[in-house]
Each structure stands twice: as structure tokens, then as C-alpha cells.
Design a protein around this ligand. Structure first.
Ligand code: NAD
Ligand code: TYD
Length: 355
């Protein structure tokens, strides 16, 4: 049995689905169901006794303690977080609360549980904390990719809150000996991605005939990894990672945002041409940049490859094609997440950005 937190979000849900597709080891899934949590994503697990969903907060130490005591998991994988940079700019409070204070309460509950374990169970227990490359700050064009020893230089309230959580996890290992592992991954994309992030937003807007809002000059670079490759990296680190170690996860896929948007447009031109035959790229609009926008992220994942033998299965070309096709095939899922709260966010974020 493992305890997954945030398992109704984009990466957490992909992780739970992949885990149960490959193993019969049950999962307790603790998720408070913010706007980003979506049980629709987990619908294929309805009635599956291997999946126990609990709606609750990682910051609720009493609840976490009850779950740990009741289910005696051999590992905790922490995905739960506020994750959207633009939202952290509009309102950092929730990021501080969940990513920092919530992680602290989770660590306290896990520490108490682990301290009381004995023998084999204590030896085998692991807590894996899922983090981001954004904690390392921004690179210029010529700098080498982030390694695990790169200085922490977070620039947004989101990345600062994730950096703080990483430091807490590190300290719990150093001070109390808690058997932790940390992964810092680059930008993910793939199925079930909430359509407020770049790739799903562009696909969904393109199909709806809406503008494709590119921030600033569109030359910011992100390093993209297909979500299932992130999940396989987490499984591998959980299985074989050295205690207290940090592993960067990435797919060597650096791309400027504008290139991503053009790739999506070209795939849609091929797979679902516009009725009037003109290209989707006609919908691209340059809008006001994000404040403090990081220019470039790039991950050096060679430690994970060298020490644990992990490699991504998808290239960007194969992964983005699968992703665009997935959104074409799952427009019902998209329609369901485009709730009132989602509409409110779109109005707030994009009304301030002049084209
Ligand atoms: P997401 O926003 O899609 O999902 C987050 C999930 O956590 C949601 O289901 C939400 O309901 C849940 N949650 C939020 N606050 C909670 C709380 N207090 N208690 C319990 N559950 C809570 O995020 P994601 O993109 O799936 O990211 C998952 C993790 O991976 C995050 O820690 C994020 O920092 C990290 N990460 C994301 C990316 C990326 O590209 N998306 C890249 C690297 C690392
Ligand atoms: P995002 O998906 O929010 O991830 P992150 O900021 O965590 O990397 O954004 C990816 C990149 O796309 C980032 O440089 C901001 C840019 N972007 C746009 O140009 N337009 C948009 O509407 C969004 C949501 C993002």
C-alpha cells in the first residue's frame, strides 16, 4: 500500500492510473479537490478496491495520521500542491498554505508514523517529494542545464513555495533521518492536463476558435517531458533512489513557447483542419508578458539516467502528437473541467493582458 497525495491532479492522477495499470499494490489517494483536482480523471477506477480515495488536506495532520495508522503504507508520494505560476502571481496565499505549511504538517505526521515503525517496515519506508525545476530560477541561453547542485533561485511565489518545501524535506532527512527522496522535474504535458497551462490551453482554445495568447515575445524556453515519463521516473526513484538524494527529471526537450504553439497548430491543421481551410496559427495573439517571467528552464537528468538507468520513452514529437490526439478524443473531459470557476479564472488572467 502507498499513500499518494494530490492524486486527482494532472500528474498525480496519471501516476495513480499508471501505478494500478502495472501493479496490484493498492493506493490511498488523499486530495482536497481544489479547482485542479478532478475525480472524472479517475473514473475508470470506480469500484476498484485497489484505489481508496479520501477527500482531505495534506495540512490536516490528524487526518493524515489516521490514514497512516489505518493503512500502514510503505511509502508516501507527495504531489499535492498549488501549481500554476500565474495563479501564484494573482494570489500567493494558497501557495504558502499548501506548498509550505501543508508540506510541513505532512512531514510531521509522516515523521511520527515512521518513528513508530519497527524492523523491516521502518527500513523500507520512503517519502518521495515531487518538485519542480523552477526552484533553480532562470537560465540565460548559453548556460548549462540545471544539475542537482544548481543554486536555488526561485523567482515566482510558486517556485519560492516549492523551494521552501524542498528545504523542509531536506531538513527532515538531515535532522531526523526521515527516509526522503526528492525529484525536480521539468514542465510536463499529456492527458488530463488542466487547460489553464500552456499546451492544453492552446489545444482547447484553437478548437474553440479562440485566440492563442502567447506571453511577451514567445521566446521563453521550457524543457518538456511527457507526463508518463515523469511517472516512470518517480516509480524508479521510489524503487531504487538513495535516501536523502535529489534527482532531476527531464527529457532533453528544450523549446521556445512560440515553437510549441506552432507545433500544436500544425498538428491540428493535419488532424482536425479548420472549416475554412485556413491554418490555426492565424489565431495566435501576442499578449502582455507575465511579470517576472523566467526566460529559460533546462534540466540535466544525467544523474537519474546514470545512477538509476531511467530514460524517457517519448520524444517531444511522439508525445505532443499523442497529447493533441488525446484532447481531440476527450472533449467531454475538457467540457467537464471548464466549470464556472474556470471561466472566472480565464476572465481574470486574460482581461489584464492587452493583445
Ligand atoms: P495540479 O495543480 O494539476 O494538481 C494538484 C493536486 O493537488 C490537485 O488535485 C489538488 O486538488 C491537490 N491539492 C492542492 N492542495 C492540496 C492540499 N492542501 N491537500 C491535498 N491535496 C491538495 O498539479 P500537477 O501539475 O499535477 O503537479 C503535481 C506536483 O508536481 C506539484 O507538486 C508540482 O509542483 C509538481 N510539478 C509539476 C510540473 C508540471 O509541469 N505540472 C512539473 C514539475 C513538478
Ligand atoms: P505554464 O504552462 O503556465 O508553465 P510554467 O510557467 O510553470 O513553465 O507556462 C509555460 C510557458 O508558456 C511559460 O513560459 C508561460 C507561457 N504561457 C503563454 O505564453 N501563454 C499562456 O496563456 C500560458 C498559460 C503560458
Amino acid at each position: 500500500m502507498i499513500l499518494v497525495t494530490g492524486g486527482a491532479g494532472f500528474i498525480g492522477a496519471n501516476f495513480v492510473l499508471d501505478w494500478l495499470a502495472q501493479s496490484d499494490e493498492p493506493v490511498i489517494n488523499l486530495d482536497v479537490l481544489t479547482y485542479a483536482g478532478n475525480l472524472d480523471t479517475l473514473r475508470t477506477l470506480d469500484g476498484d478496491p485497489r484505489h481508496v480515495f479520501v477527500q482531505g488536506d495534506i495540512g490536516d495532520a490528524a487526518l493524515v495520521t489516521t490514514l497512516l495508522t489505518q493503512y500502514q503504507p510503505r511509502a508516501v508520494v507527495n504531489f499535492a500542491a498549488e501549481s500554476h505560476v500565474d495563479r501564484s502571481i494573482h494570489g500567493p496565499g494558497d501557495f504558502i498554505q499548501t506548498n509550505i505549511v501543508g508540506t510541513f504538517h505532512l512531514l510531521e505526521a509522516v515523521r511520527a508514523y515512521w518513528s513508530a515503525l519497527e524492523g523491516e517496515a521502518r527500513q523500507q519506508f520512503r517519502m518521495l517529494h515531487v518538485s519542480t525545476d523552477e526552484v533553480y530560477g532562470s537560465l540565460s541561453r548559453d548556460e548549462p542545464a540545471f544539475t542537482e547542485t544548481h543554486r536555488y533561485e526561485p523567482n515566482s511565489p510558486y517556485s519560492a513555495s516549492k523551494a521552501a518545501s524542498d528545504h523542509l524535506v531536506r531538513a527532515y532527512h538531515h535532522t531526523y533521518g526521515l527516509p526522503v527522496l526528492t525529484t525536480n522535474c521539468s514542465n510536463n504535458y499529456g492527458p488530463y492536463h488542466f487547460p489553464e497551462k500552456l499546451i492544453p490551453l492552446m489545444i482547447v482554445n484553437a478548437l474553440a476558435g479562440k485566440s492563442l495568447p502567447v506571453y511577451g515575445d514567445g521566446q521563453q524556453i521550457r524543457d518538456w517531458l511527457y507526463v508518463k515519463d515523469h511517472c516512470s521516473a518517480i516509480r524508479r526513484v521510489l524503487e531504487a533512489g538513495a535516501l536523502g538524494e535529489v534527482y532531476n527529471v527531464g527529457g532533453w526537450n528544450e523549446k521556445p513557447n512560440i515553437e510549441i504553439v506552432h507545433t500544436i497548430c500544425a498538428l491540428l491543421d493535419e488532424l482536425r483542419p479548420r472549416a475554412d481551410g485556413t491554418p490555426y496559427s492565424a489565431q495566435i495573439t501576442y499578449v502582455t508578458d507575465r511579470p517576472g517571467h523566467d526566460r529559460r528552464y533546462a534540466i540535466d537528468a544525467s544523474k537519474l539516467q546514470r545512477e538509476l538507468g531511467w530514460k524517457p520513452a517519448e520524444t517531444f514529437d511522439t508525445g505532443i502528437r499523442k497529447t493533441v490526439q488525446w484532447y481531440l478524443d476527450h472533449q467531454d473531459w475538457v467540457a467537464n473541467v471548464q466549470s464556472g470557476a474556470y471561466q472566472h479564472w480565464v476572465a481574470k488572467n486574460y482581461s489584464e493582458r492587452t493583445a
